[in-house]
Write a protein that binds this ligand. Sequence first.
Ligand code: 5GP
Ligand code: MG
Ligand code: MG
Length: 179
Amino acid sequence: MRDDILEVLISEEELQKKIADLGAQLTDEYAERFPLVVGILKGSLPFMGDLMKKIDAHLEYDVMDVSSYGHGFVTSGEVKIEKDLNTSIEGRDVIIVEDIIDSGNTLKYLTDLFRYRKAKSVKIVTLLDKPDGRQVDIYPDLAGFVVPDKFVVGYGLDYIERYRNLPYIGVLKPEVYQK
Ligand code: 5GP
Ligand code: MG
Ligand code: MG
């Protein structure tokens, strides 16, 4: 599998260092607040797992699965809930954890939804931010790394459901897409 990687953009070590840093910031902010961490399936799972271990605060977590209509690399603005939360967010301090913000459509939809559901606060934490892909005005409150407008894989991010288990973020060799 690792032979398919053209270039490592963010190493395992860089990821873990940044995550410790983000966790420390969230510890300071949420130590007395009992937040609900909401991970967006499936891409955020490795990040959410590592991040939560670096937050020294009582918290709960839940997951939600949403999909954008569209095929392959092209996303449309429409978002659909595939699996909703099991937890009520009314009055809660919510921390949304995402793998990457590209067009921003997913997070725009979710932040609107959570405000409608009367969350007390909504914070967006993303491992990666790809500002060149943005179609709607949405900004993360915390972002690990800014990435160029390239299709990246690894550490939760997939290409046809593969490569999520890479411990780093990388770019695939062009021939992988021709298989
Ligand atoms: P948005 O709604 O911001 O366009 O899309 C967010 C979702 O699109 C991400 O959670 C991720 O699943 C997918 N996505 C966006 N850019 C990339 C990328 O470079 N690589 C991969 N593997 N998925 C991406
Ligand atoms: Mg995602
Ligand atoms: Mg995907």
